[in-house]
Unconditional design. Structure first.
Length: 169
């Protein structure tokens, strides 16, 4: 509710629902080159969706007139990409392991979006209605290249891991 203490005959409200989701089907393979050295790789297919719907409404009424407005905005998009992932792990000693991972930038397979705006205003002198829709709006979502290095230390039942991660803009 946008108006926390509206005057008599006034009302304002705002509601929004947003979502951002990513589903990543992955095909992976690993190889133990030695007892203390492992390597692996994956092909990922990240599918990302984003949606946002917002509504704003307001009303002012008196004994002789009524003015109201209703605005709706809805936008969304989806993107399917492919990425390659490679990683290695080396057990230097029984208590220390080192690892590295590389994830390529996403390569777009398919994307698309939509946009809708509708506004209805009722004034004392008449009504105004605005509508705009683009069912094929451009949507672009980029997945950056990522790299990470890590070191893990095992002390009896306790372990500590230190990671350094980097990704491009």
């Amino acid at each position: 509710v946008a108006g926390s203490a509206p005057a008599a005959g006034q009302r304002v409200s705002y509601a929004v629902h947003s979502s951002f989701n990513t589903l990543v089907p992955t095909f992976s393979i690993g190889w133990a080159a030695a007892a203390n050295f492992r390597a692996g790789g994956s092909i990922e297919f990240p599918y990302t969706t984003i949606n946002d719907t917002g509504k704003l409404s307001g009303e002012i009424t008196t004994a002789t007139s009524s003015q109201a407005t209703l605005r709706t905005l809805s936008a969304g998009g989806s993107s399917l990409q492919v990425r390659a992932v490679a990683g290695v792990q080396w057990d230097v000693t029984s208590w220390m392991s080192l690892g590295a991972t590389y994830r390529s930038p996403g390569l777009k397979i398919k994307d698309g979006g939509s946009f809708l705006y509708e506004g209805l205003t009722n004034l004392n002198v008449g009504t105004r209605h605005v509508f705009f829709q683009d069912p094929a709006a451009e949507f672009e979502y980029r997945l950056p290249m990522e790299a990470s290095l890590g070191a893990a230390f095992q002390f009896g039942p306790f372990g500590v891991e230190i990671d350094v991660r980097w990704h491009d803009g």
